[in-house]
Write a protein that binds this ligand. Structure first.
Ligand SMILES: *Cc1c(COP(=O)(O)O)cnc(C)c1O
Length: 390
């Protein structure tokens, strides 16, 4: 039987990922439950040290989510009303929403058609008199090319930040860790991220010690000492339980990343010659998602074909941020950022989780090839140019 069933291919399988770690995870949880310390205790302090070392920065501040990492960062930097922050229209909503939530204005620039990351030249061109910062999102696990944007920000004396929620452990072409791109980077420990927790969690990573201190203040309602509120903050703490569990998973991240990279290389080999546009193969990418582009308006048909055969896919993202109702006040319309809008019509994420394995990946590939064969025969598969419509 096709469809669901034992040979179904999900988009992720956290149960399989965690099964070999069950004893260690249970021991960590028991340690916290018995400790009587549930917030801002030794597990968080240890996890922050271990994460800073693993991700290649001096300071790590654990917070309540990736969204709150971005929000706390903007609050710690006192970005607010009257300020503008340049960022991408093709991402999860969190970065642009954090900008708006502190009262500043998100200013979008279009994305690069190859990487789907913020186009650094287009972004640099959007820096203006009110710009207080830029946020590059390292989408799908690929570190954004930022050099021209960083130079333009530096020339104006404003910071670049990284949204590395999907890019834990990633590096750019020169080997620079994602966490070290810009003044500070936000990580997410949402369960589906490359380093996922057991609930919500996040982190801000930075080499700037003064900024790390301000973040620690903002994380506890700006209180120092307790009940004396120096600045406005929030409750942005990462729980001891999450920190203890994440400490068990952190040492496994490199191995899981290697598995994702092997799968990405497998797709690059096996899907060449199909009409799909494949993502660039840079070695530092950590493949939180393997996102192809399906031409000729066939994206939804391919997704339906795969779904009917038990292969899960997802669309990241179906709607660009500048056209979302929550940003209507920014006054954008269709056509403002055509590369991002075109991507939203064509992107499709294929299964790429660490325990997928070659056999299930081969099934994904076979079903994709069948889809295109059914529509145009083998000749079409060999044609990597624009095939005729029909
Ligand atoms: C997941 C994600 C976030 C938000 O992280 P949460 O932990 O879910 O709040 C922010 N930005 C990007 C690009 C993400 O993928």
């Amino acid at each position: 039987m096709r469809g669901g069933g034992a040979d179904a291919v999900p988009l992720e399988d956290l149960g399989a990922l965690h099964a070999p770690l069950a004893a260690a995870l249970e021991a960590a949880a028991r340690r916290v439950l018995g400790s009587g310390r549930y917030v801002l205790g030794p597990e968080l302090a240890a996890f922050e040290r271990e994460a800073a070392a693993a991700f290649g920065v001096a300071h790590a501040v654990g917070v309540s989510s990736g969204t709150d990492a971005l929000l706390a960062l903007l609050m710690a930097e006192q970005i607010g009303p009257g300020d503008e922050v340049v960022t991408t229209p093709l991402s999860f909503v969190a970065a642009a929403a954090a900008v708006a939530r502190v009262g500043a204005r998100p200013v979008f620039a279009d994305v690069d058609p190859g990487t789907l990351n913020l186009d650094p030249d287009a972004a640099a061109a959007r820096l203006g008199a009110r710009t207080r910062a830029a946020i590059a999102v390292h989408l799908f696990g690929r570190v954004a090319r930022t050099a021209p944007l960083e130079a333009a920000c530096a020339a104006r004396g404003i910071p670049l930040y990284g949204d590395a929620a999907q890019a834990a452990g990633a590096a750019d072409a020169g080997g620079r860790p994602a966490a070290a791109v810009g003044r500070a980077a936000a990580l997410s420990f949402f369960p589906s991220k490359n380093l996922g927790g057991f609930g919500d969690g996040g982190m801000v990573l930075t080499d700037d010690g003064a900024l790390a201190e301000r973040l620690r203040l903002v994380r506890v309602h700006g209180a120092s000492p307790r009940h004396h509120h120096v600045v406005l903050g929030g409750n942005f703490r990462l729980d001891e339980l999450q920190a203890a569990l994440l400490r068990v998973k952190l040492p496994e991240l490199a191995r899981w990343t290697a598995a994702r990279r092997a799968l990405a290389a497998g797709y690059a080999d096996a899907l060449g010659g199909t009409p799909l546009a494949l993502p660039p193969t840079d070695p530092g990418c950590v493949w939180n998602q393997y996102v192809v582009r399906v031409p000729d308006g066939l994206r939804d048909a391919l997704a339906a074909h795969l779904g009917a055969r038990g292969v899960a896919t997802a669309v990241y993202y179906p709607e660009p941020l500048h056209l979302q109702p929550c940003f209507a006040a920014l006054g954008h319309g269709a056509g403002d950022f055509p590369v991002a809008e075109g991507a939203c019509r064509e992107v499709l994420a294929l299964p790429v989780f660490p325990t997928l394995g070659a056999a299930r990946q081969a099934r994904v590939v076979a079903e994709i090839r069948t889809f295109f064969e059914d529509r145009g025969g083998a000749g079409r598969l060999a044609d990597r140019g624009r095939p005729p419509r029909g």
